[in-house]
Ligand binder design. Sequence first.
Ligand code: GLN
Length: 547
Amino acid sequence: MTKYIFVTGGVTSSLGKGIISASLAKLLQARGFKVTIQKLDPYINIDPGTMNPYEHGECYVTDDGAETDLDLGHYERFLNIPTSQANNVTTGKIYQNVINKERSGEYLGKTVQVIPHITDEIKRYIRGLEVEGYDIIISEIGGTVGDIESLPYIEAVRQLRNDLGKQNGIVIHLTLIPYLSAAKELKTKPTQHSVKELLTYGIQPEILVCRSEHPITEDIRKKLSLFCNVDINSVIESRDASTIYDVPLLMLKENLDTTVLRKLGLDKRNEPDLTAWKNFLGKLKNPLHEVKIGVVGKYIELQDAYKSIYESFVHAGAENETIVNVINIHSEDLEEEGSLKQLESLNGILVAPGFGERGIEGKLVAIKYARENKIPLFGICLGMQCAAVEFARNVLKIADAHSAEMDSKTPNDIIHLMEDQKKVKNKGGTMRLGAWKCEIEPDSIVGRAYGTNVIYERHRHRFEFNNKFKADFISKQFMPVGIHKERDLVEIIELKDHPWFVGVQFHPELKSTVENPHPLFTSFVRAAIENRKNNKKEIVQSVNEEA
Ligand code: GLN
């Protein structure tokens, strides 16, 4: 039988429910349990695909083409197993299903209500993963207890615990213990109130995980135990960690996994096997090299917009025993005079994915600089498309070369709308999404990095390289080295005569995990190490006559 752990949040948002859930799952997985995590998001969008990064951070894409919450990225990076459509539920999806059922007559004769119809649908979704035979499913409930929009989820958890029996579904409440510096004291009152709030909905949490900047003393534990009605061993401290990848080990020290297993009435099985994890941490914390890599994007002020890219650098850095200092560079800043200074000390440049015109010219500046100065360049999705446009303008000398996304009138649409996108009207869930096959040229940078000829990578785009220009590009050593044969789509390009210049139409960052760093990120960081060794040659800044 599948057992459930529901994770709720109290006091404030951004306490890191995703990291706590992923860390707990890692420990249970390392003991031999089959575990997965699902995220229940209380917003009315069907998925985050239609939100911008200011609203929602990165949109994470699964193999089966779901546009999901970025927490699913943490789940995959920690557990090293793929998630799917079923791992992310939103209020939008729940309501859409209920309304469709109402229209088709499934509730004929009845008034359709939040309880029981919406809560039944939530419960159905939560239990949808059971068919895959998990021992334990962790359900993370988005938002903070007390939010109006998360109420139906909390109510569904209350009902589900009654349906399953309390021992088969426990609640972990993640909360904040603030430190008042004037009083030099940790304060438990906000937590007491948030547990009280949960109690008014009929839920007594079994475990409290307490986020804090200071150690939670025995006294504080006793107080929390007394006022919140949890046993003292179930008050778990979660101090700020220097890296999120320390959290599983910190939770192990606090016995979160064994406490959970005891509450669920499960045997502890083996001691957790964390060999690979500790190996990774060992390399992460004892680097031999250091490189500087610029990430050029238009959302660099947001911590979450390029989450998976940043994490992929952590994995690839550890793999190479290297600190990767990521330097965030605003693409619009590169449009200013004299801005190339920002690029001068970099050992590698990554041009980020994105949509729309803002910052494009700055991305082209960064690419030109990397190409001419032989600095490793990694273009991802829009970054690859920009690499093609830059090459067309400055090497093939096509002055009005552009992507049709930015200039729908240009006759030189180096990047154009994919054929099957032309009939698409609705915006939600209609891009080319999910994992697609790509065949790669073995004798290439990417061929050597992957060590295989066939790959499956995840996509999220509407535009593609225009094959009309392929021969011109090849004639100047800009090589298509990865192709989706079924539809003849260029998925990877490489420049010959450059140490490392790679553009990919897919998102490799979505498949990098602690235990399987992505080969392209690993290879890119290695190229950056080489660049640093061979530095510093004269910097080239050619003048573009067309400009
Ligand atoms: N905007 C581009 C497209 O739709 C690239 C998308 C991306 O970078 N994810 O094709």
